[in-house]
Design a protein around this ligand. Structure first.
Ligand code: ATR
Length: 276
């Protein structure tokens, strides 16, 4: 029987995942399809039961259901638990619903695709202490990157996060800005700068050292104000397209066993977003 996959969210029309996964199914000769499904919060439980009953093999979860879906799954892994968010579900052979989160590992894969190594990067700074920051710092630490410093507008949250991550420390936005030249990698994980309406920067990156990698997980716009400042200061900038494509590639791999072509996909999506 032809397999099918989905992405659930509210809203969902803007999602680039259906085209991305359909392209990968085609490129890999897999007879499967991927559909966007608009699910309102009050229908989430019913939607999960229906997806299972209708034979869906797996699905992605996007805003606003990433945390709310957890009680309806049978098992979630450590990544998802740390982020308190699931972005990928796989229906196992026995019908069990397994949830994971590929965002953090997606970021690390994107970083590695750009040639970064733990030795080269050295000290790194995470800006933000929400779910995205938790997933990315855990994945970075698991891949051998660090030491990790975490800074956040609400310093208590940065402290909480560093308490649960061995080898990390919290610091204030002011201290992070002052010491920014010490970091070989700076990762911006907050929503500041997303969609032109929310312009601004969480901290000023202009003191970074020449050649440091400065990443923003936002991909719309392709270049946030934060990245523009970092680039002008001599940083090597990375937008969020790579992370988006790799989180999808990891979901695709979980479902099919194949890691799809990410380079071409990153180009296609960047061209599309750049043309907007
Ligand atoms: P996500 O799951 O996308 O990480 P989240 O868990 O809501 O989202 O976390 C949002 C992060 O962005 C937090 O670190 C938040 O800082 P606070 O903990 O101080 O709220 C940060 N953030 C959001 N808006 C911000 C702003 N205007 N300035 C600085 N940080 C901001």
């Amino acid at each position: 029987m032809k397999k099918w996959y989905a992405v659930i969210g509210d809203p969902i029309a803007q999602s680039m995942s259906p085209r991305m996964h359909d392209t990968w199914f085609r490129e890999n000769g897999i007879d499967a399809s991927y559909v966007p499904i608009h699910v309102k919060g009050e229908h989430l439980e019913e939607a999960v039961a229906s997806l299972k009953r209708l034979g869906c093999s797996g699905w992605n979860v996007t805003v606003p259901h990433k945390s709310a879906i957890i009680p309806y799954l049978d098992r979630v892994d450590e990544e998802a638990r740390r982020m308190n968010a699931v972005n990928t579900v796989k229906v196992l052979e026995d019908g069990t619903l397994f949830g994971t989160n590929t965002d953090g590992r997606g970021f690390v894969h994107s970083l590695q695709e750009n040639g970064a190594t733990p030795q080269e990067v050295g000290n790194l700074l995470i800006i933000g202490a929400g779910g995205a920051a938790a997933g990315i710092s855990f994945a970075l630490a698991s891949a051998g990157f660090g030491p990790i410093a975490i800074t956040n507008r609400t310093i208590e949250k940065a402290k909480q996060m560093s308490d649960s991550l061995v080898g990390s420390a919290a610091l204030s936005l002011q201290d992070a800005e002052q010491d920014i030249s010490k970091f070989g990698l700076v990762v911006q994980t907050t929503s500041v700068g997303m969609n032109f309406a929310k312009s601004g920067i969480p901290l000023d990156p202009t003191g970074i050292s020449e050649g440091a990698i400065v990443a923003d997980i936002i991909y719309n716009p392709l270049q946030t104000e934060f990245l523009r400042h970092a680039r002008e200061a001599g940083g090597m900038t990375m937008n969020g397209v790579g992370m988006f494509v790799h989180q999808g590639a990891l979901a695709f791999e979980l479902w099919t066993g194949i890691y799809p072509d990410t380079k071409k996909m990153i180009q296609t999506i960047s061209t599309e977003l750049g043309g907007k």
